[in-house]
Design a protein around this ligand. Structure first.
Ligand code: Z16
Length: 792
């Protein structure tokens, strides 16, 4: 029957290469049709949001068309596939990215214009898909874009949270959290697959059964939840390929508690069903987990290890060694942290209750591993217990990272320094055992979203000077800007683009806060999750110092001050008290400085609320300088720096994470570097209270402590973290060199030609940090997959 239908459809429509046309008339008609029939508004009267909806549905049709073609082609060619598992994907908005990747942005802009709408305004109607916390989650989103663009046969798998990352509201300078009702207005970018669903089992017991003289383990689960698929097409740029991001939502299963129905407890049975949905209800807002919770963390694929073993052994009846052989060859593991406390551990009691069969399997894996290890290293019990997958102690738990390392052939770090730290500290024992397992792939970001979508003016300028748009797919070409770096025309145009972007950002700041900022000031930005190790506090203390210096200056000297607009943005995990105090401190300091008539345009401090992907797209192109201040040895990689670099913003940074590699690419003299080095930090900490902070530092901390900005009692615990001997993140030690780096930035800024020069070289040197590069490395050296390009 389907063969017949196919023949019929082919006869009717076969003359078309695609059903959907992209000329202005067809696009207008498609938008109007969706406004009328999908959104159910009149095609004669609809507003910007409805235009966004109609437009998005028409883009979605085109995505689906490519999605089908791609998957039919993958099926036909049947190449090795990659399944990319992550609990977090921070996709942001989809509209602009999709139409740019599909190559029909201008056509759509024109069609909208004909209908009396403006593309930019309509695109602004879209909310962010914020199914992730920060770096790790945005990295996955960038990598999906690269996988699609480079034609790899890949699938992403994640969770469709009902509520994404909380909205940050600032009330009287304090952070409040509000739920992110991102699905309330519909989501045109997903396709619900009601028929693609799987039972997921929990609880229950494991029983032994004898079959043909063999005993096998049978898990009798206590509860079943249904996982329903939602597909999100991810279009590649300059290719017909569109891959799939499949997000699962938890729904109550039909079998769910039938017994209660039958015993007549209907209402309670229905209420109970809602429990199932809570699994994918809300994203955990901790960006590095110190508690133990099953749903979070970058070691999460490790439970999948036990699940694959279970399916192979219990359901497919493979013998253990065959199952292990397969499992250990399909998984690879990327770790994103240097913090031992952040490595996920699951208490044995919890796991044994929730997934009893998985716990047994993990015990079995560990038993075999321990036997093997003893035969290799002998009776070194300290080392054996450090390497064991099972941690004995007050709370007996499973070390998910150890499980992953034991299972996977390849363990990846996210930057060169990160790998060194994994080898020397975090996974030293394992490195000594299996040095060949440990590799790193430097993180990257996609130039499609972070330059083409978010900075169209710079994008055109780059294409103009390179004489091609090919850098959008082949980022190595950016290096070609170097040969024009001294050309006064390029410099002038480069400066113009920055100015336009700064004006856009200034407008945004004014609408947000009513603060008018001068476009001649240096826009100095730090945007990322608020964390002690990221040292937003160092930035604020530096700003207080700057304020204090200006206040104490002779009026005649004030002319020499380089005006600054300091911009800080980021969310604090709801339970992270110190991080929340840092946000409040930022606000009270801003209040004081911004209202000091004495200071005027010389210094402004702005906190941008509810930092997310879309805010980043606006802020990054408009900044001159960006700060990456993590205490050396704490940031596994850092990817924000790469976005700034591509956009020609200069970096003021410590030599941590990926910054070390950025230095190699753009040269240390093109950046403002400061602070203790990774290998100096342990010895400095050892010095404890004998490591004395400089006077300037003590002075600014004292101002906060003494209530110069108010809220004296509230800031006490924050100030306490900075006392000699308690200053774990070494703010005091790094303060002097931080101020020097800031002074160097000021001196450079007053020489615009020099600044632009450095700015152009930053973009020119950013090629290595495209996620295209990262993905190519993973494809070759970890996954062993080849491109599979769907013909146009
Ligand atoms: C996260 O975003 C990261 C690490 C982690 O353990 C948990 C979360 Cl949610 C970040 C790292 O902090 C950052 O340095 C790195 O660039 C990013 O992961 C991507 O690898």
């Amino acid at each position: 029957e389907s063969g017949e239908r196919k023949a019929k459809v082919e006869k009717m429509f076969g003359f078309m290469d695609a059903f959907l046309k992209n000329d202005s008339f067809s696009l207008q008609k498609d938008i109007l049709d969706h406004v009328e029939y999908t959104v159910a508004r009149s095609r004669f009267i609809f507003d910007d949001f409805e235009a966004y909806q109609g437009l998005s549905y028409s883009v979605r049709d085109r995505l689906i068309e490519r999605w089908h073609d791609t998957h039919r082609y993958f099926k036909k060619k049947d190449p090795k596939r990659l399944y990319f598992l992550s609990l977090e994907f921070l996709m942001g908005r989809s509209l602009s990215n999709s139409v740019i990747n599909l190559g029909i942005r201008d056509q759509y802009a024109d069609a909208l214009n004909q209908l009396g709408f403006e593309f930019e305004v309509v695109a602004e109607q879209e909310g962010d898909a914020a199914l992730g916390n920060g770096g790790l989650a945005r990295l996955c989103a960038c990598q999906m874009d690269s996988l699609a663009t480079l034609d790899y046969p890949a699938w992403g798998y994640g969770l469709r949270y009902q509520y994404g990352l909380f909205r940050q509201i600032i009330l009287d300078g304090f952070q409040l959290e509000e739920p992110d009702y991102w699905l309330n207005f519909g989501n045109p970018w997903e396709i619900e697959r009601v028929h693609v669903s799987y039972p997921v089992k929990f609880y229950g017991t494991v029983e032994e059964e004898g079959i043909q003289g063999q005993t096998i383990k049978v898990w009798i689960p206590g509860e079943t939840v249904e996982a329903v698929a939602y597909d999100n097409p991810i279009p590649g740029y300059g290719t017909r390929n569109a891959i799939n991001l499949r997000l699962w939502a938890a729904k109550p299963s039909d079998q769910y508690d039938m017994e209660s129905y039958n015993t007549g407890d209907y209402i309670n049975a229905i209420m109970d069903r809602q429990k199932a949905e809570t699994i994918s209800n809300v994203l955990y807002p901790d960006d590095r987990s110190y508690q133990v919770a099953l749903q979070i963390n970058d070691t999460h694929p490790s439970l999948a290890i036990a699940e694959v073993m279970r399916v192979l052994v219990d359901e497919e009846h493979l013998d253990w060694s065959r199952a292990w052989d397969i499992t250990s060859r399909v998984f690879s593991f990327t770790t994103h942290t240097v913090h031992v406390e952040a490595l996920e551990k699951i208490p044995v009691d919890l796991l044994g209750n929730l997934l009893p069969r998985h716990l047994q399997i993990i015990y079995e894996i560990n038993y075999k591993f321990m036997e093997e290890l003893k035969s290799m290293i002998g009776q070194d019990y300290d080392r054996l217990s450090r390497m064991s997958i099972v941690e004995e102690g007050a709370v007996k738990s499973i070390r998910m990272a150890n499980l992953s390392i034991v299972c996977c052939q390849i363990v990846n770090g996210v930057s060169k320094v990160h790998l060194d730290l994994l080898k020397e500290r975090v996974f030293k024992d394992f490195y000594e055992l299996w040095p060949q397992k440990f590799q790193y792939k430097t993180n990257g970001v996609t130039q499609r979203r972070w330059v083409v979508v978010s900075n169209p003016n710079l994008s055109s300028l780059i294409s103009k000077w390179l004489g091609t748009e090919s850098w959008i797919r082949n980022v190595d070409l950016l290096a070609g800007l170097r040969q024009h770096v001294s050309d006064p025309d390029l410099q002038r145009e480069w400066k113009m683009v920055k100015k336009v972007n700064k004006a856009r950002l200034a407008e945004y700041i004014e609408t947000l806060s009513g603060i008018k900022v001068s476009l001649d000031a240096m826009f100095d930005v730090q945007i990322k999750r608020i964390h002690e190790y990221k040292r937003q506090l160092l930035n604020i203390l530096g700003i207080i110092h700057r304020y204090d210096c200006i206040k104490n200056m002779e009026t005649s000297d004030r002319r020499k001050v380089v005006p600054r607009v300091c911009i800080i943005g980021g969310k604090a995990a709801p339970g992270y008290d110190i991080a929340k105090k840092i946000i409040k401190l930022c606000h009270v300091v801003a209040e004081k400085i911004n209202n000091d008539a004495d200071i005027g345009d010389l210094l402004k401090l702005v906190f941008i609320p509810d930092y997310n992907v879309s805010v980043a797209e606006l802020v990054i192109p408009g900044s001159d300088l960006s700060q990456h201040l993590s205490t050396a040895g704490h940031e596994a990689s850092g990817t924000g720096s790469m976005k700034f670099l591509m956009n020609g913003c200069l970096l003021l940074a410590t030599a941590d994470g990926a910054i070390v590699e950025i230095m190699e690419e753009v040269g240390a003299d093109n950046m403002f570097l400061f602070g203790a080095k990774v290998n100096e930090v342990p010895a400095l900490r050892e010095k404890g209270a004998s490591l004395k902070a400089p006077l300037q530092f003590l002075r600014v901390v004292r101002m906060v402590r003494d209530g110069y900005f108010g809220f004296k009692d509230y800031f006490k615990s924050l100030c306490d973290t900075l006392e000699d001997g308690k200053d774990f993140y070494l703010l005091g030690y790094d303060f002097a060199s931080y101020l020097e780096a800031q002074a160097a930035a000021d001196r450079t800024f007053v020489d615009p030609e020099k600044w632009i020069h450095m700015s152009i070289l930053s973009t020119a040197g950013s090629g290595k940090f495209s996620s295209d590069k990262t993905i190519e490395e993973y494809a070759k050296h970890t996954w062993g997959i080849e491109p599979c390009k769907c013909p146009f």
